[in-house]
Ligand binder design. Structure first.
Ligand code: PEP
Length: 256
């Protein structure tokens, strides 16, 4: 049975005081939840403080990006060993904002996935089609192409540390959510592809999150779908009053 995994992507939001206050509130409300994996992903500069605020709770910390090299002359970048050093366990890679605003492509994302695994970080790797690609009937081709590319060279055993997040670009930060049927359909395609690339056991164990305007109002029906194993949450992760109900929805699916 796959355990639901809910991760909050704080993006470039909140300041230090509000980051620490949110971490403290989440710790109080869901800091001992064990039946769902929980992570929050603050901006780099607040990672250490948030990790310290959550130390000893069941909520772990992830970064929103990482550079593939372990160190060196890469001005402005942050390496995997640095993330581990400040208490990170997860790292989001290939988020659509990094793909489409900052120009990251599958090959670069793939090098980061391989590096993260090498360093001992667990990547949450995002894939998803744009609206025009969906409208052109290219969702399967685009999403499966991304999955195949970003997982190139990943070993069968390493897959136990990988989470995939299906995030249709047209649903991120737009208030427009994929229907549970649309999400389930793509999650099944991804799981079948992973079975072809690796094997049925790897595919069966793989956590596939859905992301794109997940809110307390729609989390229950999305997370209840058989192949939706959690959520990558942006806007609704910025306040305990919207994030905690999503965690509770994941708990109540009974899919632990
Ligand atoms: C995201 O940033 O990964 C995301 C899904 O954002 P939102 O929930 O705000 O759509």
């Amino acid at each position: 049975m796959r355990k639901q995994f809910v991760a909050g992507n704080w993006k470039m939001n909140l300041d230090q005081e509000r980051s620490l206050a949110l971490a403290a509130e989440l710790r109080k409300q869901v800091g001992s939840v064990e039946d769902v994996t929980l992570a929050v992903c603050p901006p780099f500069v607040y990672l250490k403080g948030v990790a310290e605020a959550l130390a000893g709770s069941s909520i772990v910390v992830g970064a929103q990006n990482m550079y593939g090299d372990p160190g060196g002359a890469f001005t402005g970048e942050v390496s995997g060993p640095m993330l581990l050093d400040v208490g990170c366990r997860y790292v989001i890679l290939g988020h659509s904002e990094r793909r489409h605003v900052l120009g990251e492509g599958d090959r670069l994302i793939n090098t980061k996935v391989l590096a993260a695994l090498e360093f001992g970080l667990k990547p949450i790797v995002c894939v998803g089609e744009k609206l025009e690609q969906r409208d052109a009937g290219r969702t399967e081709q685009v999403v499966c192409g991304q999955v195949e590319s970003v997982l190139h060279g990943v070993g069968r055993r390493q897959m136990a540390s990988v989470t995939l997040a299906y995030e249709p670009v047209w649903a991120i930060g737009t208030g427009r959510t994929a229907t549970p049927e649309q999400a389930e359909e793509v999650h099944v395609l991804i799981r079948c592809l992973v079975a072809d690339l690796f094997d049925a056991d790897v595919a069966e164990d793989l956590i596939i999150q859905y992301g794109g305007s997940v809110k307390p109002e729609n989390a229950g029906e999305l997370l209840a779908r058989e192949n939706v194993d959690g959520a990558l949450v942006g806007g609704a992760s910025l306040a305990a009053q919207t994030f905690v109900p999503i965690v509770e929805a994941a708990r109540s699916t009974g899919k632990d």
